[in-house]
Design a protein around this ligand. Sequence first.
Ligand code: ZN
Length: 297
Amino acid sequence: MDLIYRYDPFAPISPRQIPTAEAAVDNLLEGNARFIELVRRMQRHTLDQTNQEPIIVPISPIAMGLPLYEGAVLTQAPFAVVLGCSDARVPTEQIFDQSFNDLFVLRIAGNVLGSECLGSLHYAVKALGESLKVVVVLGHSKCGAVTAAVDTYLSPEGYADIAYTFPLRSLVDQIQIAVRGASRSLEQYAPIFQHNPDLHRSFLVAVTAYINSSITALELQRELKLRVKNPPQVKFGIYDFDSLRVQALPLESSAPPQLRDAPSSPEDLCQYSNEVVEALFNLPDEERDSCRLTIKL
Ligand SMILES: [Zn+2]
């Protein structure tokens, strides 16, 4: 299968137009859909090599956020801030199929908030506010930081190495409130987990990833409202390894990508936590099983 990047210097130049938060979110979700389609086409080709149709991707320096001529330097003008996890399997620009100068990216293990992270965000909102339309918190499934937080919650005695290492502990501690929220929402299904602690751990990690992102989004929205006039909207979601999709609830495989507004209150957050668990248990068995922790983290 050929993947061809084609630049036509005589094609009309159309600079990026993202005037609103809705347009920014649409751009991110459409980019994620393009990324999924590209990966799926390559995977289909692996199984069926008779389909030789090439994929042609039109490119131009302008569309890529690069200068048209040597020596020119563009002004920084991202349309979104994305706070994501440091996990090497979750490269922000590729997942959203975005290019240079599109995203202002902050990556911290477990996508938790710290003072330097907030400082970077304030800089982005104050200095780049003209182009910036949305802030996105992006967690991901099977997150190592979330798994460490879940494991310290389930069996604290086994995690002295984390407890006595301040930087690690401060990171894991920040996720604990999400773990407790997820655990409470899963209580109604306790009989299912009674003889299967591994399944309980897997589901706790899966649900906590959503809750952790939503808590960070809530905190960020509050922080921005306190400090910035006309703050940008904060959205959140997680990147799911199985579907390759950005989503704010466990979804069936055919559903399109989605992001969700930051919760506006702790009550809103509790309701969301229950909604995640309900959506997870409404999935067909084989899709729900994909959240099992089958890989070593
Ligand atoms: Zn992670």
